[in-house]
Design a protein around this ligand. Structure first.
Ligand code: NAP
Length: 295
């Protein structure tokens, strides 16, 4: 019998990410001795009970975290401040408090002030996901071969960091540690801006005249189809991400807008070299992703 990294893990939010962690804990030995699930609605917890991937469900987040060795916030980042305030008094001394939120400076801002002295706060972000949500959408292998980025504030207990690293590595993820501000700028370009563009392009298509809109759906080429997949993501989760990574996202959007204008100019004036050069650089990025097995 392998000694688990954490005896009891409480998952606050049990949608795509939370239920994938719970399923992984069932499938891969050594992760957790017991999984406690919490969600906002009883409906979701009833579904978790039917699916059978948690040992216990608790609708009250404070009851869910009591006695847990590791607490993972897996709800939209806009819910973290209120949740942190509710669970803080119930956290076990020595426990690791972490999260999976897609923004990291906001998590340190919102959760940090509530963390008791004797609890280790290690924010984290698995770079893995799909456009689906809810407890049915998770799967045990979601994190295999993906990255999980840890952004512990300076002075965080090393043993807590290495315990959490081990937890993610047992789920098949690679881990890296970085500063929260650096994380937010980097993720703004690789994830948040592409989502903003996808939501915008689908909105533009939807605004077209009735006849044209029908044709967009009927003859959707692969480019547009790929955007619609990204744009099918959960609206609350993405609203919260945009608002909680506002500065980095607006900076990247500004740079993108300048580059899009430059491309528009090249198209207008028939600047073949510029257009070809841009496309060639993009193809190289795709090739590198394939080589790094992140495609
Ligand atoms: P999801 O499938 O929509 O699940 C969200 C879960 O949070 C649900 O169980 C929901 O409960 C619960 N919840 C919402 N408000 C709550 C509250 N006030 N208190 C307790 N639970 C609450 O979302 P997800 O895709 O797993 O995303 C969860 C987190 O992971 C987000 O912070 C997101 O930024 C991050 N993330 C997502 C992805 C991705 O691709 N999806 C990737 C990496 C990181 P109900 O079902 O009862 O509403």
């Amino acid at each position: 019998m392998v000694e688990p990294v954490f005896q009891r893990v409480a998952l606050i939010g049990i949608g795509l990410i939370g239920s994938s962690i719970a399923r992984a804990a069932q499938e891969f030995p050594g992760l957790a001795g017991e999984i406690v699930a919490n969600a906002r609605s009883q409906n979701s917890l009833d579904r978790v009970t039917e699916l059978g991937f948690a040992d216990r469900c608790e609708i009250d987040p404070a009851k869910a975290v009591a006695g847990a060795d590791c607490v993972i916030l897996c709800s939209p980042v806009g819910t973290y401040a209120e949740l942190a305030e509710r669970i803080a008094p119930a956290l076990k001394p020595g426990a690791v408090l972490t999260d999976v939120g897609s923004t990291k400076q906001s998590v340190i801002r919102d959760v940090g002030p509530f963390v008791p002295q004797d609890v280790h706060f290690v924010p984290a972000h698995p770079i893995a996901g799909t456009e689906f949500s809810g407890p049915d959408s998770g799967f045990a292998t979601l994190f295999q071969g993906r990255w999980c980025l840890l952004t512990p504030p300076p002075g965080t207990d090393e043993a807590a960091i290495s315990g959490l690293r081990k937890f993610w590595e047992l789920m098949g993820a690679q881990t890296a540690t970085m500063d929260a501000a650096h994380h937010d700028r980097m993720i703004a370009i690789v994830s948040h801006l592409p989502h903003l563009i996808a939501f915008t392009i689908c909105g533009t298509a939807d605004d077209l005249a009735d006849e044209t809109r029908q044709e967009v759906l009927q003859y959707a080429a692969s480019g547009f189809r790929d955007f619609t997949r990204i744009a099918a993501s959960d609206p609350v989760m993405w609203r919260d991400i945009f608002l909680n990574n506002r500065e980095a996202l607006l900076e990247m959007l500004g740079r993108f807008t300048e580059d899009a204008q430059a491309m528009a100019r090249a198209v207008r004036w028939g600047d073949t070299n510029y257009i070809e050069d841009k496309i060639n650089r993009s193809r190289k990025i795709r090739q590198s992703l394939i080589e790094l097995k992140q495609a």
